[in-house]
Ligand binder design. Structure first.
Ligand code: C2E
Ligand code: CA
Ligand code: CA
Length: 764
């Protein structure tokens, strides 16, 4: 920041210490100025009072001196007036003698003016008077026996006294006058204790002041007899105007005593000076002290300020607590707060990266780990039938189960981040060269995670399914989803492990529109049924067919039933599809009958619909309205969500004359106790069991025991997906009842079936 910017008020006062300093120093300064003003006022009032007192005292002194002078002049005049020779000279108008007498006396007594006024109005011994003045003077003398006071002669003021001359009648007056000039007044000033100035102002007969110099002086002269402050050219002064009687009895003259205030205050000047110096020094000292104080007070606040800013920027900063006062406590609180914020942040980060139930890492954490890898695959491992297990053991133990699964996976892949990415699924990232490698790795991890787990003293046997998906062009979240979908795909394919199959999955957005298109397709006739024959080995003839839905989409072409059936199940349209299939199958059965084929028609009943009471009622009505012979294929796992409802409906079908086949047996979990309760007439072995029949002795054993199991439960057994004559022969030797598969025929439209009914022969 440039210096000028620092000195701008806004910038300057951004600091608390500056504010405090200015505030304290300012307050103190104001206080000092107030005190100085008060002292000044007191001093000047005091000085003025002293001066006024002094002036009043001097006024009184002057009065006495005036009276003494007047007496002195009067006495001298009286002596002369009574002098025989002088009286005689006046009576005889001996001017020479008069003048010499007057002169003689004036010289001796140091009188400025001495003259004689005759009864005729002649003035002897003074020629300065005009005729008018002489007349006025005569009138004045004539009016009184003895006149005394201020007399103006040729414009100058005099103290004059008169004495009558009688011989024995009044023949004239002697007038003695002392000039009230500077020298005279100075002798008076010299008597005063203070250096005042005295001036006499006389008035003319009409009252006008003769020698007043300024308006201020005039004002003072006209005022009452009391000291007052005057504003003169040379500054303020205190003035006292004392009245002086006029010689002729006219308007009074005034003695003006003035004293400049400046001089009065001069004595106090050093005091005021040191006071001011003390003030300046005090303010400076206080500013310094408050700056220091403010700095000590604000230093910890500034430290707090800095720490709070750092905290705002996500940095942690401890403030050192040095004091036990409020600021110290504030710093303590701040430290605790920042500590808690950090702890909370840690918790939030942990929460953001971990699953709350299990404490394992979450999707986000795994996505982060994936992002840093090359050739990355996500392997997800899910616990099969997690929901029913969780219902059985409770949420707490279910979470524990997931943690155990996590621990097993961690043991199998020590370097990996194990994250929970679904309610029943954990996942980790691995680096693999190719898909086969990834699949093998997924299988190894899945196998490691499966097995018996001891929870709260009880054994829980968990089966697992794994899915793997590659991370393509950094889309880590999508890879996580794909791994989960791969698990679903594995389950649908009745496999333990699967690699994500994009073609099978399709595009979710397109799949959604697919459903409405499917419903349209049903009404428009785009959906058809194909029939696959079921060959009865004992009778050597086809005795039934399985109805399989086919959809030829106008633009997409053939859509896999695995796709649209699963989607219909997931979107709640499976009832519409199945109802249509049932109606279609019943109609087609009549076509077959017309061609001389009396086949039992098997229709797939989705697991979702087995527990659906309303659909069961509808399906039974549809079948009973006709004389159709229908078998419903139900997967055994489908019934497991709500076994009671499933069993109730299955029993209702059986009671209505609809036979039941258990589909895909051997692909998923098998519960023998449940199997026993289903009143099924037929058990269909899944094609996965048949696939390795010729090559694998263990599979052969499994097939044989399944056949025996079906027979033991009183069911006929059908082998699905039989493709070769060898398989067929082996199954026949094992006592299998029926064969379904390409070896007999591929699924075909009903017309094809009616035209060339399959009559396969068994080569043994
Ligand atoms: P599924 O019930 O197990 O049907 C048998 C599947 O095996 C059919 O596949 C059939 O074409 C196939 N298959 C038959 N013989 C052989 C063989 O020798 N070798 C091999 N590898 N496969 C053979 P598709 O038609 O693709 O149907 C798949 C699944 O779709 C069916 O499995 C069934 O679960 C479901 N599905 C088909 N149509 C319907 C339907 O109308 N309603 C319901 N709910 N599901 C249906
Ligand atoms: Ca089936
Ligand atoms: Ca099947």
């Amino acid at each position: 920041m440039p210096l000028w910017a620092k000195l701008r008020p806004a910038a300057l006062f951004a600091r608390l210490s500056t504010k405090l300093t200015v505030l304290y120093a300012g307050l103190f300064g104001v206080g000092l100025v107030a005190i100085a003003l008060m002292v000044n006022t007191v001093i000047s009032a005091n000085a003025q009072r002293t001066v006024r007192d002094e002036l009043a005292a001097n006024g009184a002194v002057f009065d006495r001196i005036w009276a003494l002078q007047e007496k002195h002049l009067g006495d001298s005049a009286a002596i002369l007036a009574r002098d025989f020779g002088f009286r005689d000279a006046v009576a005889t108008r001996d001017v020479e003698t008069i003048l010499s007498a007057l002169d003689n006396l004036r010289g001796r007594l140091a009188i400025d003016r001495a003259f004689l006024m005759t009864m005729d109005g002649d003035v002897v011994g003074l020629d300065a008077l005009t005729d008018a003045e002489a007349d006025a003077l005569w009138v004045a003398l004539d009016a009184r026996e003895r006149a005394a006071g201020v007399l103006t002669i040729a414009g100058r003021p005099y103290q004059a006294v008169s004495a009558p001359i009688r011989a024995p009648d009044l023949i004239g007056w002697v007038v003695f006058a002392a000039e009230l000039n500077r020298a005279h007044l100075q002798s008076f000033e010299a008597l005063a204790a203070i250096p005042l100035r005295a001036d006499v102002f006389a008035r003319s007969a009409d009252g006008a002041w003769l020698n007043a110099s300024s308006a201020a002086v005039l004002e003072a002269l006209d005022a009452d007899v009391a000291p007052r402050t005057l504003r003169l050219a040379g500054g303020e002064a205190i003035a006292l105007a004392q009245p002086l009687r006029a010689f002729d009895g006219g308007p009074e003259s005034r003695l003006l005593l003035t004293y400049p205030l400046d001089r009065a205050l001069q004595a106090y000047r050093p005091l005021m000076g040191s006071l001011a110096a003390l003030g300046v020094f005090g303010v400076a000292l206080l500013a310094l002290a408050s700056w220091f104080l403010a700095s000590t007070v604000t230093k910890p606040i500034a430290a707090l300020d800095a720490a709070a800013r750092a905290l705002q920027q996500g940095k942690r900063m401890e403030v050192a607590t040095t004091t036990r006062d409020e600021i110290g406590r504030l710093a303590d609180t701040f430290n605790r707060m920042s500590h808690e914020i950090a702890a909370r942040e840690e918790r939030i980060t942990h929460m953001a990266m971990h699953d709350a139930d299990t404490g394992l890492a979450n999707r986000r954490a795994l996505a982060g780990a994936l992002g840093a890898m090359e050739n990355a695959y996500v392997v997800a491992v899910a616990i099969d039938r997690f929901a029913p297990i969780r219902d059985a053991i409770g949420y707490r133990l279910a979470a524990e189960l997931l943690r155990r699964l996590g621990a097993r996976l961690q043991a199998a892949a020590p370097a990996g981040v194990i994250a929970r990415i679904g309610p029943d699924a954990l996942a980790l990232a691995i680096a693999c060269g190719d898909e086969a490698d990834a699949l093998a790795c997924a299988e190894r991890l899945r196998a490691a995670a499966a097995g018996a787990t001891r929870l709260d003293g009880a054994n829980v046997d968990i089966e697992t399914t794994a899915g793997a998906a590659p991370v393509e062009s950094g889309a880590t979240q999508a890879a996580l989803d794909h791994a989960l979908i791969a698990i679903e795909q594995a389950r649908q394919a009745r496999r333990r492990t699967a690699l994500f199959d994009k073609s099978l999955y399709g595009d979710p957005a397109r799949n959604l529109s697919l459903m409405s298109e499917m419903l349209d397709g049903i009404t428009r006739g785009d959906l058809t049924l194909h029939y696959q024959p079921k060959y009865d080995l004992r009778r050597g003839a086809v005795t039934g067919v399985e109805a399989l839905a086919r959809w030829t989409h106008a633009t997409r072409g053939g859509v896999s039933p695995d796709l649209f059936v699963t989607m219909a199940e997931e979107t709640g349209h499976i009832d519409t599809l199945t109802e249509w299939t049932l109606v279609r199958a019943i109609a087609d059965q009549n076509v077959m009958r017309a061609a001389g084929l009396d086949y039992l028609v098997s229709v797939n009943l989705s697991g979702r619909l087995v527990g659906d009471d309303a659909f069961t009622k509808l399906a039974i009505e549809l079948i009973q309205d006709t004389d159709a012979r229908i078998c419903l294929e139900v997967t055994e796992t489908a019934a497991m969500d709500d076994p009671e409802a499933a069993l109730r409906n299955i029993e209702a079908y059986v009671a209505a004359g609809v036979s039941i086949a258990i589909d895909d047996f051997g692909a998923g979990l098998s519960s023998l106790s449940y199997l026993k309760r289903i009143p099924a007439a037929e058990l269909k072995m899944d094609k996965s069991l048949i696939k390795n029949l010729g090559r694998n002795a263990r599979d052969a054993l499994l097939v044989k025991s399944t056949i025996d199991l079906a027979h033991a439960l009183g069911m006929k057994i059908t082998a699905e997906g039989v493709e070769t004559q060898a398989e067929l022969a082996l199954l026949a030797s094992m006592g299998c009842d029926m064969i379904q598969g390409y070896v007999i025929a591929r699924p075909a439209p009903v017309q094809t079936l009616a035209a060339a009914p399959q009559r396969a022969t068994l080569r043994t």
